[in-house]
Design a protein around this ligand. Structure first.
Ligand SMILES: *[C@@H]1O[C@H](CO)[C@@H](O)[C@H](O)[C@H]1NC(C)=O
Length: 427
């Protein structure tokens, strides 16, 4: 159990690092933007409606869910869940983009209890403001398709991709813990529906990592909440977790998911037919989930997702000789035999996607970068130097697909062929 907690630590560390980094990027962007505003006598944004003038830095306040106690919708520690809401303006007033935050999972009582003392398990530790960038940015040059939509970032605080159930809460342990993921999802949707989502003309449910998985799990529910004539689609970013053996031949990810599903009673939120015919935790893997989703889905996933390399392919403990020590932190440090294994991992991803690739409505952007989430980070979403496939950024590819401009099934050539990649280096 401790090993699993330890395995999740690199993600938490990365998360903090990105957040700081993103703040820095946002600060630079805002300074540049304010400079631009001051130098233009006729700001072209002004005709986009009264909301067009942004608050400094696109910082968005945390809102706590109303009546969380009465609804039983609680974070792991019993606090109210939260989200950040930025109101749509101009032509985006009746369009909604929801983004579900990620942050791994807890797979044991002890790891959930530790998580309950962090912002991934309690709103008491969440930032009061976050900056909206990438797919959440209100800046048209950074987010050309969705900048003026109503935008919501849902904070992740249940530890099981919004799919836990209270029947599985331990009754007789000392520290109380709450498994309310599914109730949080429902209560948040109710609150957003009454804030205008119920009359949306266009809606887009998105999420990254564990939030990408939550997006896939709840995509069809989301569809049902919205008007029949609304355009409703979903996007999972870095949420396509593979049921693959690690380098030592163990089913680390499979047993990890098994523990998460068992601990929080997640099978209740999974597809009934799948759960009836398979081991329930298999139905928590996107490969199974996408077989049953009826709403159009877009998958953004790097073929060398560093979270998966560090936790699925080469988790801590799978490499006692430490021969992967450098490669798992920096793809440029991989030996040719290690790269061969990474290409095998990419092949597994492409195999798992082969049916989906044939679907008419689905879209995909599978780039060959050593990165994790790419939609909510400005640098990877739509900067001039953002990753591209066929000269299209992720933002352009997603926009082309969402607005039916063309079919988008982008699969990059294998590493290291794409010079536009943003490859992380943790060493
Ligand atoms: C790639 O796209 C950019 C604009 O997004 C354009 O300026 C450039 O000419 C394109 N390059 C090629 C090779 O098509």
């Amino acid at each position: 159990m401790m090993a699993n907690t330890a395995r999740l630590r690199p993600l938490a560390w990365w998360w903090k690092k990105w957040t700081k980094r993103d703040w820095a990027i946002a600060a630079v962007a805002v300074t540049a933007f304010l400079f631009l505003l001051s130098s233009l006598s006729d700001d072209p944004r002004r005709d986009r409606g009264p909301g067009a003038r942004l608050p400094a830095a696109d910082l968005v306040d945390l809102t706590l869910l109303r009546d969380a106690d009465a609804k039983g919708a609680l974070c792991l520690d019993g606090s109210a869940p939260g989200y950040h809401f930025s109101k749509g303006f101009g032509s985006g007033f009746d369009s909604w983009l929801i983004h579900i935050e990620g942050g791994g999972w807890c797979d044991s009582l002890s790891s959930c209890l530790s998580r309950a003392k962090t912002k991934l398990g309690s709103s008491a530790y969440m930032e009061q403001q976050v900056s909206f960038s990438g797919i959440l940015s209100s800046e048209p040059s950074q987010n050309p398709e969705f900048f003026n939509w109503n935008k919501v970032k849902i904070r992740y605080c249940d530890g099981a991709s919004f799919s836990g159930h209270p029947q599985s809460e331990p009754k007789d342990k000392k520290g109380r813990i709450f498994f309310r993921g599914q109730l949080i999802w429902k209560a948040l949707m109710d609150e957003l529906l009454s804030a205008g989502l119920s009359t949306a003309r266009q809606a887009f449910l998105t999420g990254c990592s564990a939030g990408g998985l939550a997006t896939l799990i709840h995509c069809d529910d989301f569809r049902k909440l919205l008007p029949k004539d609304a355009t409703v689609k979903c996007l999972a970013d870095a949420g396509f977790f593979l049921n693959e053996k690690d380098v030592s031949g163990k089913d680390t990810m499979r047993s990890f998911y098994h523990n998460v599903v068992q601990l929080q009673g997640v099978q209740e939120s999974l597809n009934k037919d799948c759960v009836a015919s398979k081991e329930p935790s298999d139905c928590f893997f996107p490969k199974e989930i996408i077989k049953t989703i009826r709403t159009p889905v877009f998958l953004v996933n790097p073929a060398y997702d560093f979270w998966q390399i560090q936790n699925v392919l080469v988790p801590e403990g799978s490499d006692p000789s430490e021969s992967w020590k450098k490669c798992r932190l920096n793809i440029r440090a991989c030996t040719s035999s290690q790269l061969k294994m990474l290409q095998g991992f990419r092949d597994s991803l492409l195999r798992a996607l082969s049916e989906f690739q044939k679907s008419k409505e689905g879209g995909m952007f599978i780039n060959s970068c050593f990165i994790h989430c790419q939609t909510w980070i400005g640098e990877t979403w739509h900067y001039p130097n953002s990753p591209r496939i066929n000269n299209k950024t992720i933002a352009e590819s997603v926009g082309d697909w969402y607005f039916n401009r063309r079919a988008v099934k982008q699969i990059d050539c294998p590493y290291p062929c794409n010079p536009s990649c943003y490859n992380m280096d943790f060493s």
